[in-house]
Write a new protein. Structure first.
Length: 260
């Protein structure tokens, strides 16, 4: 037997593992609701104005695991799981670790070990999501809010950038796991304004256009494995077309503004 007999053929396209984070109220949940036959696992109460199927609001980490187990073992026709949101799920994980360790605050676990202990519950969640993706064929969308953090770039002076509102250990774990990490934001232009007396200031001007950025830049964290354009309108249908190998930007108009 030679190694040629063990050559693997190119696998079929697997459902995507997508992390979408962005500023408050830009339309992250609406993006998830536009996916194919979605069901939401909600850890925060923010779906009041969105027509979608959802699990009851999870208030404990065990309820999150139970929902993942039900999706894996039960018959259903859902094609997409949306977790909304990761930063509120992190609070449930923190509470779970505190209960396991018999403390009232994660900081009371010495030497910053509490945040390392939180990685085990995160891995439980990711393992459950992988089972749903690999064995039930479900697309996974993870929604998170954004924060501005100081980034210590070894090649430059430190600068601010947008990143998911998660502890750095959890954020790194999830970003590595995800196929795409996409940043939702508003398009902003700057204009130089002369205020007189040889003084000028730069002012931000926005049109309200909501976009997704797909490639990491100094201003934000992002990645993709689909060779996506650097940006496109915040619309799941456009993302799904790229997944199918199409280029929808030639024929799709910019969608109207969304909420939530």
């Amino acid at each position: 037997m030679t190694t040629l007999t063990r050559i693997q053929q190119r696998p079929k396209q697997m459902p995507r593992r997508l992390m979408l984070y962005g500023v408050h109220g830009i339309g992250k949940s609406t993006f998830g609701a536009m996916a194919e036959r979605p069901i939401f696992l909600q850890t925060e109460d923010g779906l009041a104005n969105i027509d979608c199927d959802r699990f009851p609001l999870a208030t404990r980490f065990t309820e999150v695991l139970a929902a993942l187990s039900d999706l894996y073992t039960s018959e259903h026709d859902y094609s997409t799981l949306v977790i909304d949101s990761l930063d509120w799920l992190e609070r449930l994980i923190e509470a779970e670790v505190c209960e396991r360790e018999g403390v009232t605050n994660i900081e009371k676990i010495g030497y910053a070990k509490g945040y390392k202990f939180m990685l085990d519950p995160w891995r439980e969640v990711l393992a459950g999501l992988d089972a749903l993706r690999n064995e039930r064929g479900m697309t996974i969308i993870l929604i998170a809010h954004a924060k501005i953090e100081k980034f210590d770039n070894p090649e430059t002076e430190p600068y601010d950038r947008y990143s998911p509102r998660l502890h750095k250990l959890a954020s790194a774990l999830i970003q590595e796991w995800a196929d795409e990490v996409l940043f939702a934001t508003y398009r902003v232009h700057t204009r130089k304004v002369d205020e007189g007396f040889n003084k000028a200031v730069h002012r931000g001007i926005g049109t309200g256009e909501r976009i997704i950025r797909t490639t990491e830049r100094p201003a934000h964290v992002a990645k993709n494995r689909l060779n996506l354009p650097d940006e496109f309108p915040l619309d799941y249908r456009i993302y799904a077309a790229f997944v199918r190998g199409e280029n929808p930007l030639h024929s799709t108009e910019t969608p109207s503004e969304q909420g939530n």
